[in-house]
Design a protein around this ligand. Structure first.
Ligand code: M6P
Ligand code: ZN
Length: 177
């Protein structure tokens, strides 16, 4: 590979050249506690990823921008599916660019942690911690992420055991249930 740069124009992410992953309500509705017939009809984008295509070879780094849109499913804040890494001994770094969120983190042995993310705040997700991003604000939660290119995404573990807590809107804030 040769050195290169990419443009992440937050005001015009449509201009991004790379891999664009879009997850709509119907793609991810199973992760939420309840169903919402209105969302079923509208099928809005819950979150999207703008990923720079890099070989998944050990030694490389994958980097991307994620946008989790604002909203709730019957009060439960929009969030990502969440995953652990196939190669579990790999970490990840997030850097907040806009909005406010919570990163839910948990280990297979039952340890659980929520880490706040917002503009200018970096989050470190150590090896062996599964992670899910929740938008707790009324604007898009936008963050940059980088992780070892060979880490891989394991969605099955999270699908089977879920995360220990869910995040709901309550009055002017949020509550973990
Ligand atoms: C973050 C990173 C990505 C991940 C994305 C969406 O930006 O952790 O690797 O793909 O969130 O989350 P998920 O893959 O769990 O749907
Ligand atoms: Zn990850």
């Amino acid at each position: 590979m040769r050195p290169f740069s990419v443009l992440f124009d937050l005001n015009d992410l449509k201009s991004f050249v790379g891999r664009h992953i879009v997850r709509r309500y119907c793609d991810v509705k199973n992760i939420f506690l309840k169903r919402d017939p209105n969302l079923e009809r509208q099928n809005p984008i819950i979150y999207e990823v703008f990923e720079v295509p890099v070989s998944e070879r050990e030694g490389e780094l994958i980097f991307l921008i994620t946008v989790v849109h604002p909203g709730t499913v019957q009060g439960e804040y929009f969030m990502t599916k969440g995953h652990s890494h196939v190669i579990e001994d790999t970490a990840e770094v997030y850097y907040g660019l806009g909005g406010k969120g919570l990163i839910l983190c948990q280990t297979k042995s039952g340890d659980f942690e929520t880490v706040p993310i917002e503009k200018n705040k970096a989050v470190y997700i150590p090896p062996f911690w599964a992670h899910r991003s929740v938008n707790i604000s009324d604007e898009p939660l936008v963050f940059f992420a980088v992780y070892p290119a060979n880490a891989g995404h394991d969605y099955v573990t999270v699908e089977e055991s879920g995360f220990q807590k869910r995040v709901f809107r309550q009055n002017d804030g949020f509550v973990l249930v």
